[in-house]
Design a binder for this molecule. Structure first.
Ligand code: C2O
Ligand code: CU
Ligand code: CU
Length: 569
């Protein structure tokens, strides 16, 4: 077993990274270690019959967990703990519960039409404050889940706003200050899909059906206690680096199987982890990466499809992919996998021990419910840290895609998907606004421009109507930070000083990656890198003064204060 990133990288360099991933298809439930991964791939090809049966990928149905819900009138979303809900272990998880027309959803995938009015009521059935944030969705700051609007247990919050976004894969999750990571981790998160005429035409052209061949998949890593219960117990080191699970779940299931036919699939992937970054690839059991098309990201469709073999996906980011399974034969399979990369934890020595002594009492999904009792044994009785965290940069498989039937499919992907409004030139007078992302080594927390969150302060004041030039500057002796802005999308204009594993993927002279094209609300900033972005504070034109947030979407970082108010006036 590798004991350090360096050792891991040395090993990964020798063995074929792809073989490592493929071999994980045959190993046991616990997320693979490098030792398991080194099993020769040939063994796999010889014994396909011995592949373990894995649970089916939970597909969004007409109700239930992650079911599709088209809100008709005002929708009530009750945040609560639901026993037995987590597909992976049958443990309790937190979920938004909704009812409509006699049906019941948990964490519904909300499906909205551009132009419609959205009305929802949050009911807080947790034992602590909460508020919903609609990530990527255009909404006035009072509707967007600013933490100052968090409601107490038993409280409610009413939302009403028109859907003005273009079609895209947005999402929703809690945003109470200091509690965002834990509540999201314990289950509160789902998709918010917007559809419009352009997107529907593409779906018709490619014969894609939401829930069957157009599949939203939320990826989240978890830690479990001995009984399969979710445990959120970050140590001081975890708060600094991010809380890493021992396994990655897809729609709540452990390395599940998607049974597929020989056609095109659209996958909408959301990184819903608190801290884990993925380097996603589709790996065949023959040991090759199967290319795919990136067609959309945070803010909807790209102008043209981008052919890729792998992509980084950081917490908060979404991608829409087209995966072509024509040419595979029934019985053949692929894995959606994490391919090896350098997680770049350059913040210095002495922070090696993930999963060390918890900084605070562990909290489980049952312990945050209302109703007066936790019903959960003390964590000390079932140590959750027995298993080491799954190495962020290791090769491991997440989802098995098994072709089990043939289909005639002759659609072709259009060369042009959409036309984005011309990127506006920043009108910032003088130099760009600089946001340095660095560790305050005395306070042991991450800062933005030397600051940490103060609910009442507005350290960034911008004029409405104006696109600005911003620079996120990753400290060389830091770690990657996915930077997220509420309320507005931005264009990524350039990356400078990128580490080699990023620079290698640049698609233009500005150093941008394919995943930087289009409209972004979250962008990953690597150590030593400067990422230049252009948020447009003219679109949307919200009425009156606004107070949005700029924060790191590593949710441990965010909760520790790596967040600033941005006043728009
Ligand atoms: Cu998805 Cu302020 O976050
Ligand atoms: Cu957001
Ligand atoms: Cu961060």
């Amino acid at each position: 077993m590798p004991h350090s990133r360096r050792e891991f990288l040395a090993l990964a360099g020798k063995a074929s990274a792809l073989a490592l991933v493929g071999a994980h298809l045959v190993d046991s439930p616990l997320a693979g270690t490098l030792v398991d991964g080194l099993r020769p791939l040939a063994a796999l090809a010889a014994v396909p019959a011995s592949l373990p049966a894995s649970a089916p990928l939970p597909l969004p149905g007409a109700e239930g967990l992650y079911g599709l819900l088209r809100p008709e009138a005002e929708l009530t979303l009750a945040a609560r703990s639901v026993p037995g809900l987590l597909p992976a272990t049958g443990a309790a998880m937190l979920a938004y519960e909704a009812r409509q027309g006699g049906r019941l959803w948990r964490n519904p995938i909300l499906v909205l039409q551009k132009g419609q009015e959205f009305r929802a009521r949050l009911v807080n059935n947790l034992a602590e404050p909460t508020i919903i944030h609609w990530h990527g969705v255009d909404a006035d700051w009072r509707q967007a889940g600013h933490p100052s609007y968090a409601v107490e247990p038993g409280g409610r919050y009413d939302y009403a706003f028109p859907i003005t976004n273009r079609a895209g894969t947005y999402w929703y999750h809690p945003h109470p200050h200091g509690l965002t990571a834990r509540q999201s981790y314990l289950g509160l998160a789902s998709f918010f899909l917007v559809r419009d005429a352009e997107e529907e035409a593409l779906s018709r052209e490619l014969d894609l059906t939401l829930g069957a061949t157009d599949i939203p998949i939320v990826l989240q890593d978890k830690r479990f206690d001995a009984h399969g219960g979710l445990v959120y117990a970050p140590s001081a080191d975890d708060l600094l680096m991010g809380y890493m699970g021992t396994e990655v779940l897809a729609n709540g299931a452990r390395r599940p199987t998607l049974r597929a036919s020989t056609r095109l699939y659209r996958l909408r992937l959301l990184n819903g982890c608190t801290a884990r970054i993925f380097n996603l690839a589709f790996v065949s059991t023959q040991g090759g990466k199967r290319p795919f098309l990136l067609i959309g990201n945070d803010g909807g469709l790209l102008e043209t499809p981008q052919r890729l073999e792998q992509l980084f996906l950081a917490p908060g980011e979404r991608v829409e992919l087209l995966l072509d399974l024509r040419g595979l034969r029934p019985g053949e399979e692929l894995a959606l996998a994490n391919a090896p990369f350098d997680p770049m934890h350059n913040e210095g020595a002495g922070h090696g021990a993930h999963g060390a002594a918890p900084a605070s009492a562990p909290v489980s999904a049952t312990a945050t419910t209302g109703g007066g009792h936790s019903g959960h044994a003390p964590q000390s009785a079932s140590p959750q840290s027995a298993a080491p965290a799954l190495d962020e940069g290791a090769a491991y498989s997440i989802l098995r895609i098994l072709v089990d039937r043939q289909e005639r499919y002759d659609r072709t992907v259009p060369a042009r998907l959409s036309t984005l409004p011309a990127a506006s030139a920043p009108v910032t007078p003088g130099a760009p606004r600089r946001f340095e992302l660095a560790l305050d080594r005395h306070a042991n927390r991450w800062t933005i421009a030397g600051l940490v969150f103060d609910m009442d302060a507005a350290p960034v004041v911008v004029e409405r109507r104006a696109p600005e030039a911003w620079e996120f500057i990753g400290a060389t002796d830091g770690m990657p930070h996915p930077m997220h802005l509420h309320g507005y999308f931005f264009r990524v204009a350039a990356r400078r000083g990128s580490p080699r594993q990023v620079l290698q993927r640049a698609v233009d002279a500005a150093g941008r990656l394919a995943t930087d094209l289009g409209l972004k609300d979250t962008v990953l900033v690597w150590p030593g890198e400067t990422v230049e972005v252009v948020p447009d504070f003219g679109t949307p034109n919200y009425p009156g003064e606004q107070t949005f947030l700029l924060h790191c979407h590593n949710l441990e970082h965010e909760d520790q204060g790596m967040m600033l108010n941005v006043r728009v006036r």
